[in-house]
Design a protein. Structure first.
Lengths: 301, 301
């Protein structure tokens, strides 16, 4: 899994940061968290294609999180995308897409819009699920948690053969964790022929939010937490007033959730050098990085 | 007058080119031709402010010419712009702005939208006018011509005084080009006390179009013609089919109009090196350049 930060600015763009968007490459599929203005250009810069299997998760309908969608759909049209596109987001998302499509023209490929009405799993796929919990920002705003299913451990047929387990039903039982008894009385243990199952990765994305207990709880032990950190601690009042988080607050959430790594994003334009944010967060949660546009992280279970 | 090319791509963005937008700095005022996705970010990069007196001219409602407007309005809101913003463009522009404003929220400063219904002068100001003529592209698409008024020549009061012209009515007549006879019979010629009037600059912008006689005529002797050149001559059929121009065609328009300089823009993503377009145009009209994002031209009368 590769996490590519396409846009990392808070509210308005800067010399180095475009509006919020994160792309996750997972096998042949793309998963987006938010799609701010300029996402399609950053996709070109990151050499991410426009025809892949794609699911997008939009945290909320503020311009800096969603205004990349119209242009992206237009470019997908121009490139004659045929694959369906799945977009999940808050109530109003359908109206937003219909509004600009009525003037600019709609997508010429199947577009499936899923408006999130309540907390819980919003996508359950063969390989991963995505859960939404309410953020503490303008209502409705959603946080997202992507969790890969555990992958079954690798089966070693040569070991089963050496132990004279006949192919078929018994192999199947061994692969699913059962020990089996052969006709000659020998017991073959599953763990001798199947490696332990490999756990899946877990990525938690806060969207825009005040520090949230719901998000903390659901992010427990995530491999990666991506949390907004619009302000530093000296502007804690402003963070509260605008329903954003400080760097310190984001670090406290990461620590409480026991995640492996924290990446701060949605950085206000007042920090051309975000060193103060990094220092503040690391004093609480050392495994912190600041996102930069086009920064890429490879995650391994 | 400084012309800054903010976005120069054809239809979809590339590594180096964002969607169409041109900003003209003229004194304290900004004049835009088109506002594609990413315009606000390029404005930050070009250090163009968001609070200036601004008039925007939108050629047509294709995404790559107008999708920067929603985000730009949002950023102007955030920065608490108070000055009115004037936007001119094709029928449907009001509906487009209302459509996204109904979901994202509208501007908190006065926004004046002028839909262009027929050819002719669409803005007549104290210092310059803007004329619209129909482009030959998806209807409605407009080309724009900005023409500064001629500036009166500088009056030299010390010369009038030396020639004993009494201040008042006679000075006024001299300043307006009349020769005057003094009481002593002396004739003082206007040209002896007033420098020749300085002509204004003229800039012609094609938007997206096939080569157009109307645009050629109205661009006569422009200081700068900005013409789209989506394709090279080997793709002339494709240019015709998609109602765009080739580099050769743009150069022929510039030559026929007798302009001083031609800048080609709206460059297709198939030309990471636009050398072929430049060579083709220069063989017909040597004073040609290819626009690049953030390229700036200073124009003097």
């Amino acid at each position: 899994m590769e996490v590519i930060f396409l846009g990392t600015s808070g509210s308005m763009p800067t010399q180095r940061r475009g509006a919020s968007a994160i792309a996750i490459k997972r096998g042949r599929e793309l998963i987006f968290f938010d799609c701010g203005e300029g996402t399609q250009r950053r996709m070109v810069e990151a050499r991410i294609g426009f025809r892949r299997r794609t699911r997008m998760f939009i945290s909320h309908l503020h311009g800096d999180h969603v205004l990349g969608l119209p242009g992206l759909l237009q470019t997908m049209n121009l490139l004659q995308r045929e694959r369906p596109l799945y977009v999940y987001g808050p109530q109003g998302l359908t109206e937003f897409i219909e509004a600009f499509s009525s003037v600019l023209g709609g997508p010429s490929f199947p577009l499936h819009v899923h408006e999130i009405l309540s907390e819980g799993k919003i996508y359950e796929g063969p390989e991963y699920d995505v859960t939404a919990v309410r953020a503490d920002h303008d209502d409705p705003t959603w946080c997202f948690i992507l969790e890969e299913h555990p992958r079954p451990g690798r089966f070693h047929p040569e070991v089963a053969q050496a132990q004279r387990v006949p192919e078929g039903r018994l192999w199947h039982r061994l692969q699913h964790g059962e020990d089996v008894r052969l006709d000659n009385g020998t017991v073959v243990r599953s763990e001798d022929v199947v490696e332990p199952s490999r756990r899946g990765l877990k990525v938690a994305y806060s969207g825009d939010t005040r520090p949230s207990k719901a998000f903390t709880d659901v992010s427990e032990c995530a491999d990666l937490m991506i949390h907004e950190a619009t302000f530093d601690d000296s502007l804690a009042d402003k963070a509260e007033e605008n329903a954003h988080s400080t760097s310190r607050e984001a670090a406290e959430v990461a620590k409480a959730a026991g995640v492996k790594m924290l990446v701060l994003t949605h950085i206000s334009s007042r920090y051309p050098d975000p060193g103060v944010l990094l220092e503040e967060a690391r004093s609480i949660f050392p495994e912190t990085m600041i996102a930069e546009d086009l920064m890429s992280l490879k995650l391994e279970p």
